[in-house]
Each structure stands twice: as structure tokens, then as C-alpha cells.
Design a protein around this ligand. Structure first.
Ligand code: ADP
Ligand code: ZN
Ligand code: ZN
Length: 730
């Protein structure tokens, strides 16, 4: 008799935890509400057993089984893989994978089968909704689109629905009655009919054919195609074939801002297919309902950011990772997974192809392709544009005007004169990265971090980009009293201001994470750009990715040189990727594009490769260098990162960990020295790290499986630490 359930919970202590089943109908994969300490929690049953090491009398009982289908063996296997590979507690991994609503012990308890419909004219209701009440507006729209709305759906649309609907019923605007059949309330997105696909070029057709031939089995593919070469069209053709055979496609994109336009493009092409997009910006209920659609096979296309890789897809036919090189596929905290790598794992377990697309593939993927572990196919031509010309402005002997050379300003002004658009790219936000006293050399420093404060002119504040600390700008130097403090270096705000004064008539728009913080701000800006209400864009890498602005013909790149000084061995690769991406924004339609790079090192290999738009030669050089000096992808890395308020505690934890690693004497793994993190102190905590390197993935996994358990610290330990497997930054 199975009377015990082993349950994984979202707690930092490794599970599983045993619970008595009682009379609940519990199966493996079920979500259950259980008491834990003084709280109640939702957990996942990972095994059933007959006996427990815990005494019967002390065993607590499962409180309820959540009214939702149990997780499948595939989902549990993915979670177990993640937990093992990334050295993260399984209960926490499961909790990250599940929509937040399913982590609530009372999920599904209070929903009753009511439905709501208009009882009278809706205009009064509409007028009562305040502009900021977007949840209420969504509810209203749903009522308008569907004939009736049931209580469950309403809650999914807006968490405050029960209260609002009650109010609307009281006012007599809507009425409530017992729900009829389910289908009455389902709404359908209307569409203008399918957009006709362009005829594929020979290259595109070859790629589609080759990849199609591998449908039905695991095959990793690199689709290497320059920006604008029509990779998305290849995806769409493949999605069509996969959907025609009744199978789902998972399409991952690096950035939340890219999902709406891609979603529109996909929906436009396939008006009859159900598409859901999943990303971290969704309301809880919305995420759950989309997740359910993916999970019951209703959604044929699931489009999302890295988190979407965890979506259970019973009829998966193809996985696509667009811009696969992008660092945002790697989660930077907690469970530090890499969605691209997990996408390959998911495809392998489902025996389907995985397509990694990029104009500048990661060196990991590129090496896999040239060494024939991955198949590859490439697009070398741009069907609707020429490659941009790249020129350099040597700024060594020039005096710059807020970071801008005379030549760059003239080119911008010409571009505006032709009624075309221009992008000034500078990958630093704020006004200036340093506030300096020229009299004594004092620089504004964050009190809590070993980092300088960035000057933000709009808000007249100094901000720390590491810990978020903000303070007012000092009037005088705190060391010598000098009143003439100066911002040194350039950020987006400074360039924006300079352009506004130099080009008085130009319409300048700044796009960075400060200016797009408000909800929907980015989408609005995008519309402004596309409808040509903007002449000059000043922006960070936010603008570099995948946006298609037909009138944009000139790209000016400022301040890229600083990446050449970085100590991170990946800096060159990253800079090249960024530059290629941003250069790819120029001249996508019938207008030729031009890229101007301001630099002190025009002959640096990274710039020369950019000028030739030659990824493969540059990648070959980088790979040779990586092989020679023993860096990934030729070795496998993990970093133990530790931090504590007291520096000595951090060091003693790391040194202890290092000596434990050494005690394991493993010839396949190199343990380096404990070193300070590149930003040594953040938010008052001292940070250090320990690098490990292995010749193979298997060797690293084996080593970590032995070493990790030795590190477990008591709950009250002052040291916080994490193992970052396959780090993308050191
Ligand atoms: P990528 O994803 O590689 O950046 P897209 O698929 O977005 O490229 O294509 C870039 C542009 O070229 C788009 O405007 C697209 O409509 C157009 N395009 C793509 N393939 C074709 C084709 N076969 N014929 C004509 N235009 C095409
Ligand atoms: Zn001073
Ligand atoms: Zn700080």
C-alpha cells in the first residue's frame, strides 16, 4: 500500500519531504497543498512510497490535491535534469517552471460556474473605467468580444475580477447567471486573412527542405544567416509544415520587447492557428491560461522568452531559438539556466529537430557546427536589402563635442535632410558614467558598491547601476569644496541633449531602459519610429535586436572602444555580435545603409571583421585563440560565486570550498585561485569567486555532483553562494 508521498517544495533545503497521503487520490506529478513549518505550500509529488524514515506519528498529511492535471514524466525529467545539471534544489526548479497561480495552496477552490454578460448598454460601464485601470478594461473587452464570460476566465484575465464584476452587477450594468455550456464563452480572434508568404529564395528553400527532412527525429541545426537574410521566413515555412502535421512549435526569442511584433507576424501568417506568447511580463492568470493551452496541445505555436523553454508541450514537433547567441537566454540569478542549452535538451528528449538561428552564432554553437556535431545551413544574401557599408571615423586626433565627431554630426544632419532616419548607438545609459572633480580627482562613488555612480541629468541624480542606489547630485566636491564638478564620458542622455542642441529641428528619441520603464512605452516608441515621427534615435542595445525600421539608413556607433579594454575573454565576441546586430539595422528596405564607427583603433580585428561583415573569419580567429589558451567552448567551466557582509567570511568560505575541491583529486578538473569578483562590493556585500574548468561536460558534472554537497552551509550562514554552471560572464 502506497501511503507516503515524497513531495518537492520551493524551499532552500534539499527535498523531498514525506507526507501521509490519507484518503487523497495522489499520483506522481500531482500538485498538492501541504503544511510546511507554519505555512502552507504547494509542492509536486515526485514519488510514492510505502514507508518513511519519519515516524508515523510525526508525519503530516497532504491537505488537498490541486484541481489540475499532474505533471508528466517528461516535465519531471526536465526538472530533474535542470536540478542536477545546474546544482539547484529540485523543489525550487519545479516552482520556477510552474505558473505562479499554481503555487497557491488555494488554487481552484473558490471558482464557481457563474457567467457574466451585459444587461444593458455598455457605454456607462465603459465611461466608469479609469484610464489606469487596465485590468478592468481587459475585462470589458473580453465581455465585448465574447457573448458571456465565466468566472474562471474572468479571473484569468484580471485577478481583481471577482470584486469588479460584483460591483458591475450591483450597478446593473452586467448580469450574473449560472453558466451554460463551456463553448459559449470562447472568443475567437478575428483576422484579416492570411498574409501571403513571399516566394522563398533558393537559399531559403534549401534550408527549409534540409531541416524538414529531419523532422521526426532529434537533429540540432545552426541556421546561420546575416541580418535581414530572411531567417524568420524560414522559421515560418517550417512552422507551417510542423503545424500541418498536427505538431507544436516552440519558438524562443531573447527579448520580451521582440515578442509582440513577432507574434503579430506569425498570427498574420497563420490566422487559424492558436498562438500563445509566454514571457515574464504577463499577469499571473494570463500566464496560466496560456500555459494550459500549450499544455493541452491547443496552442500550435508557443512563442516566448527564456522561461518558455519550460512549457510542457505534448505534441512538440520543432524547437527554434532565434538570435541564439544572445546572452539574455542565460538566467543571471537563482537557477542559472541557459534556455538555448535547455532547448537542445528538450528537443532531444522529444526527438525533434532544434534550429538555432543567428547572424553571429555563439562560439559554442559555431564550433559544434564546424565540427559537425550540429548540422548547418546558411543564408548569405539579403532578399530585400544590400549589406551596409561600414566606415570608421578615427577620433584619435579629434576634439569631440559631447562624444560626437564633426563628421558624424554632418552625416546625421545629411540623413535627416534626406528625410531618412538615423540611429546613434551607445551602449551606456545615463548622462555620464563618472562625476569628476578636476581640482582634486574625486569621483562620485557608490557607498555600498565598488562602482562609480552614473550621472543622470533628467532626474538630477546619481545612480548606481549595480545596486540601484540613488542620490542627489552634489553641488560641490566633498573633498576639496570645488564647485565645478563635471560629468566625464558619455551616456545616452548626454548624446540626446547634444543632438537636440546641435540639430535644433530634429526630432530626437532616446530608447534605453530608463525611457522605456513604463508599461507599453517601448511599443509606443516603436510605432513612433515606424510612422516616421522620429528623425534620430539614440539608444542602447535594446534597439539593436531584430527591429525592422524601413527608413533607417544610417547607424552611428559611439563609445564601442571601451569593450576592448575588458578583462572578460568574451568581450570581443560580444562586441562583435552587438556591432553586427546594430549595423544590421541600417538599410533594410530599398535604401542603402551606412554604418559609421567612431574609434581610436580602426584597424582592430573586430572592426575590420565588421567592415567586411565577415563573421566566419572572425569566429575562426577567436576559436583558434580560445583553443590555444584553453577557454570555452574547448573547456567547460563552473564558477562558485560567494558574497558576505564581512570580507573575511566570504574569503574563508571560498578557501574552504577550494580546499575541498582539491581534496577530491580529480585530474580532469582544474581548480583556480579564489579571486575578487570584477565588481568586488555590491550593495554592501563583498563578492569573490572560484573558477573550475574541466575537459568535458561529463567530467564537470561528475565533479560538481561530489563537490556541491560538501559546500552546504547551515541556514544561518552569513555567506550567500551559488554555483554558476557554464557561466557567460566571469
Ligand atoms: P531575418 O529574420 O533574417 O532578420 P526576415 O525574415 O525578417 O530576416 O526578413 C528580412 C526582410 O526580408 C523582411 O522584410 C522580409 O519580409 C523580407 N523577406 C524575407 N524573405 C523574403 C523573400 N523570400 N522574398 C522577399 N522578401 C523576403
Ligand atoms: Zn575636489
Ligand atoms: Zn551601488
Amino acid at each position: 500500500m502506497m501511503t507516503i508521498a515524497r513531495v518537492e517544495l520551493d524551499v532552500p533545503i534539499p527535498g523531498p519531504f514525506d507526507y501521509a497521503i490519507g484518503d487523497a487520490a495522489v499520483v506522481v506529478g500531482a500538485l498538492v497543498a501541504v503544511p510546511f513549518g507554519r505555512r502552507r505550500q504547494v509542492g509536486v509529488v515526485t514519488a510514492l512510497a510505502e514507508t518513511s524514515a519519519i515516524d508515523r506519528s510525526r508525519l503530516k498529511c497532504i491537505e488537498r490535491v490541486l484541481p489540475i492535471e499532474p505533471l508528466t514524466a517528461d516535465t519531471l525529467a526536465l526538472a530533474a535534469f535542470c536540478a542536477e545539471y545546474y546544482r539547484h534544489p529540485l523543489g525550487q526548479v519545479l516552482s520556477i517552471m510552474l505558473p505562479t497561480m499554481l503555487r497557491k495552496p488555494d488554487y481552484g477552490k473558490r471558482m464557481r460556474a457563474w457567467e457574466y454578460r451585459f444587461s444593458a448598454d455598455a457605454s456607462e460601464l465603459e465611461a466608469s473605467i479609469k484610464p489606469r485601470a487596465t485590468g478592468q478594461r481587459r475585462l470589458l473587452q473580453a465581455l465585448q468580444n465574447a457573448e458571456a464570460l465565466d468566472a474562471v476566465q474572468a479571473r484569468l484575465i484580471y485577478a481583481g475580477a471577482p470584486r469588479v464584476l460584483r460591483e458591475w452587477v450591483d450597478k446593473g450594468w452586467i448580469e450574473k447567471r449560472a453558466a451554460r455550456s463551456k463553448s459559449a464563452a470562447s472568443s475567437k480572434i478575428s483576422s484579416l486573412g492570411p498574409a501571403a508568404p513571399p516566394e522563398l529564395t533558393d537559399e531559403q528553400q534549401q534550408a527549409v527542405d534540409a531541416i524538414s527532412n529531419t523532422l521526426g527525429s532529434f537533429a540540432p541545426w545552426l541556421l546561420y544567416g546575416v541580418t535581414g537574410s530572411g531567417k524568420t521566413e524560414v522559421y515560418l515555412s517550417l512552422i507551417e509544415r510542423v503545424a500541418a502535421s498536427g505538431r507544436q512549435t516552440l519558438l524562443l526569442v531573447p527579448e520580451i520587447n521582440l515578442t509582440p511584433q513577432l507574434e503579430a507576424r506569425v498570427q498574420d501568417r497563420f490566422p487559424d492557428l492558436e498562438i500563445v506568447s509566454l514571457h515574464s511580463g504577463l499577469a499571473e492568470g494570463e500566464r496560466l491560461s496560456r500555459w494550459q493551452k500549450a499544455r493541452n496541445g491547443q496552442a500550435m505555436i508557443v512563442l516566448g522568452t527564456r522561461l518558455a523553454v519550460f512549457t510542457p508541450l505534448p505534441r512538440l514537433g520543432l524547437v527554434i531559438v532565434d538570435e541564439e547567441h544572445d546572452a539574455s537566454f542565460k538566467q543571471a540569478e537563482g537557477l542559472r539556466y541557459h534556455a538555448r542549452d535547455l532547448a537542445v535538451y528538450v528537443a532531444k528528449s522529444a526527438s525533434v529537430p532544434v534550429l538555432l538561428g543567428s547572424a553571429t552564432p555563439s562560439l559554442e554553437t559555431y564550433a559544434n557546427a564546424i565540427e559537425k556535431r550540429y548540422r548547418s545551413t546558411s543564408l548569405t544574401l539579403r532578399p530585400s536589402a544590400e549589406a551596409p557599408t561600414v566606415e570608421f571615423i578615427d577620433v584619435r586626433k579629434q576634439i569631440l563635442d559631447h562624444g560626437l565627431s564633426a563628421e558624424a554630426l554632418a552625416a546625421i544632419s545629411d540623413c535627416i535632410g534626406r528625410a531618412e532616419q538615423c540611429l546613434v548607438y551607445i551602449n551606456r545609459r545615463g548622462f555620464a558614467p563618472v562625476l569628476l572633480c578636476r581640482a582634486c580627482g574625486w569621483m562620485a562613488q557608490c557607498q555600498r558598491c565598488s562602482a562609480r555612480l552614473t550621472l543622470h541629468s533628467r532626474s538630477l541624480k546619481l545612480k548606481c547601476h549595480y545596486c540601484g542606489h540613488e542620490e542627489r547630485i552634489q553641488r560641490a566636491c566633498p573633498d576639496c569644496g570645488n564647485q565645478d564638478l563635471q560629468g566625464l564620458g558619455q551616456g545616452t542622455q548626454r548624446v540626446e541633449e547634444a543632438l537636440r542642441t546641435r540639430l535644433a529641428d530634429a526630432r530626437v528619441l532616446r530608447v534605453d531602459s530608463d525611457s522605456t520603464r513604463r508599461r507599453n512605452a517601448f511599443a509606443e516608441m516603436r510605432n513612433q519610429i515606424r510612422s516616421e515621427q522620429v528623425d534620430v534615435l539614440v539608444g542602447t542595445q535594446m534597439l539593436a535586436k531584430g527591429h525592422d525600421f524601413p527608413k533607417l539608413t544610417l547607424v552611428v556607433i559611439l563609445g564601442a572602444d571601451y569593450a576592448l579594454y575588458s578583462s572578460d575573454y568574451r568581450a570581443g565576441e560580444r562586441l562583435f555580435q552587438q556591432l553586427m546586430q546594430v549595423a544590421g539595422r541600417a538599410g533594410r528596405a530599398d535604401l542603402p545603409g551606412r554604418v559609421l564607427v567612431q574609434t581610436e583603433f580602426p584597424s582592430h580585428p573586430v572592426y575590420q571583421a565588421l567592415a567586411r561583415q565577415d563573421f566566419s573569419a572572425y569566429a575562426a580567429d577567436l576559436l583558434a585563440e580560445r583553443r590555444h589558451s584553453g577557454f570555452p567552448p574547448y573547456v567547460y567551466q563552473a564558477v562558485l560565486r560567494a558574497e558576505a557582509h564581512r570580507e573575511d567570511q566570504m574569503w574563508s568560505f571560498l578557501r574552504d570550498a577550494a580546499s575541498k575541491a582539491a581534496s577530491l583529486v580529480d585530474a580532469n578538473v582544474t581548480v583556480y585561485d579564489c579571486v575578487p569578483a570584477p565588481i568586488f562590493r555590491v550593495a554592501g556585500r563583498y563578492r569573490g569567486q572560484l573558477l573550475l574548468q574541466a575537459g568535458s561536460r561529463a567530467a564537470m558534472r561528475h565533479f560538481l555532483a561530489r563537490w556541491h554537497p560538501m559546500l552546504i552551509t547551515p541556514k544561518a550562514s552569513p555567506v550567500r553562494w551559488i554555483i554558476d554552471v557554464d557561466p557567460v560572464e566571469l
